[in-house]
Design a protein. Structure first.
Length: 454
């Protein structure tokens, strides 16, 4: 029995779903007899590039399209396994031969970006002076790897991922035809996990259709795919917002005990934030993307959720500028003594602070306030950092080397408000004995603190 994605592969341009901006143009080209000698279909995998290429090859020749047919005038080439110049030279020699049954000899080159440089050059010669009876249809997922000399001699069509509503309606119709008993909540999960790819989504539907003889529910599908329930995902975000570290640990433990990987949890949290973005979640979004690359994903996820920078250190308010205005004239100005308006005097520079441990906090707040005024985008990086001031050396611990580079590029905003005799050191290391790190260690059950180098 064929897989669902093969059984429901379109056989005409009218059956293609979600790519109307392409199929409409192609149908008009066929109807008006205005065909190009070369087409390039670009877009993510599973969006119908190869299917539309095959349909187009059949319709321009008047052939009836069947999935298992084999016409000599339609030649499919996998560029991933035919990358060399000799393969393209052989193609050029065969292209000269006239078609047997159809009006055109059509070459479908899949994954065309895999061709070597010499193979592209050989193909270019054919595209520059193509035989009248030859049409090339090329498909690729990496358009930027195709030389501009090739794309400029072709009609380029961009395929897009299906939007959720289109995919949901498509799956709903298939489930009715296939008698798959599945509720809307489960179907929405399939659509989401399919990511807009028709092939991937139908393959997943094929897989979940065998889960149960009874109705397939969202809860059943969530457990089968090892996904955290939406309610738990939302509860984690609300706990992060409230800075409830105990609740976060409890929820992560529940997910771990259920066999749900931290990478999966991070992915669901990212999807939820993107679907309903809030300002307080944006710093978390950046940290969650690092969970997949971490050596210890569970620890990385816990640290990300337990360091709510916006709640831990409030941002310094940006002071309003002082505007000096001339005094209003009196009702009866004195005629013999004209009013003299004093010139606006420049604001004095802040008094230098003599560095010592006692006023370290005063120096740090001056730095934060100055950066907040002059580089708002850098504020979150500086307020999440730690510092020490000892022996006229101010050492800033960012805990992240990307942040360290960002702050170092704006070093002048720090030097403007501190004494000249202070030496500045900026590092991506984490400050040893950091109370926040210690609190996280306590949540995890104690243990020694470790340095985190990213």
């Amino acid at each position: 029995m064929k897989a669902l994605y093969r059984r429901y592969r379109p056989k005409t341009l009218d059956e293609v779903i979600g790519q109307e901006q392409i199929t409409t143009v192609l149908k008009n080209s066929i109807a008006n007899g205005k065909l190009s000698h070369a087409y390039i279909f670009i877009g993510p995998r599973g969006t119908g590039k190869t299917s539309v290429a095959r349909i187009l090859a059949h319709e321009i020749n008047g052939f009836k399209y069947e999935l298992e047919d084999d016409y000599l005038d339609i030649i499919e080439i996998d560029a991933a396994s035919n990358t060399g110049v000799d393969n393209i030279r052989d193609l050029r020699e065969r292209a000269i031969i006239a078609p047997t049954k159809g009006k055109y000899k059509v070459y479908i080159i899949d994954e065309v970006h895999m061709l070597s440089k010499s193979a592209f050059n050989a193909l270019l010669k054919t595209l520059e002076e193509p035989p009248e009876h030859v049409i090339f249809i090329m498909a690729t997922t990496d358009a930027y790897k195709v030389p501009i000399t090739i794309t400029s001699r072709s009609q380029v069509f961009t395929f897009k991922l299906a939007d959720p509503s289109t995919m949901f309606t498509h799956l709903k119709n298939i489930c009715a035809k296939e008698k798959i008993d599945i509720d809307d909540e489960a179907l929405k999960i399939v659509v989401k996990r399919g990511g807009g790819s028709f092939r991937d989504t139908l393959s997943l539907l094929d897989q979940v259709s065998t889960l149960s003889d009874q109705k397939i529910t969202g809860e059943l599908l969530t457990k089968a795919l090892g996904l955290p329930q939406q309610a738990i995902t939302e509860e984690i975000l609300q706990s992060y917002k409230a800075n409830d570290l105990t609740k976060i640990r409890q929820l992560l433990t529940e997910l771990s005990d259920s066999g749900i990987k931290p990478e999966t949890t991070a992915g669901e949290l990212i999807d939820s934030i993107i679907s309903n973005p809030e300002q307080c979640f944006l710093p978390l979004l950046d940290k969650l993307t690092e969970v997949n690359r971490a050596a210890f994903p569970a620890a990385k996820l816990l640290i990300a959720l337990c360091q709510n920078e916006q709640l831990a250190i409030p941002r310094q308010p940006v002071p309003k500028p002082i505007v000096q205005t001339a005094a209003a004239p009196t009702t009866q100005p004195i005629q013999d003594e004209p009013k003299v308006i004093e010139p606006v005097k420049p604001q004095p520079k802040p008094t230098p602070i003599v560095p010592n441990d006692a006023n370290a906090e005063e120096i740090w707040q001056a730095i934060v306030q100055n950066i907040a005024q002059k580089s708002p985008l850098l504020t979150s990086d500086i307020v999440s950092s730690k510092y020490t001031l000892s022996n006229n050396t101010l050492k800033i611990y960012t805990g992240n080397y990307v942040k360290a580079k960002n702050i170092d590029k704006r070093r002048k905003f720090i030097t403007e408000v501190i004494p000249q005799n202070i030496v500045i050191e900026i590092t991506g290391d984490t400050l040893a004995n950091d109370p926040e790190v210690a609190s996280i260690a306590a949540i995890m059950g104690g243990g020694e603190e470790i340095q985190i180098n990213e």
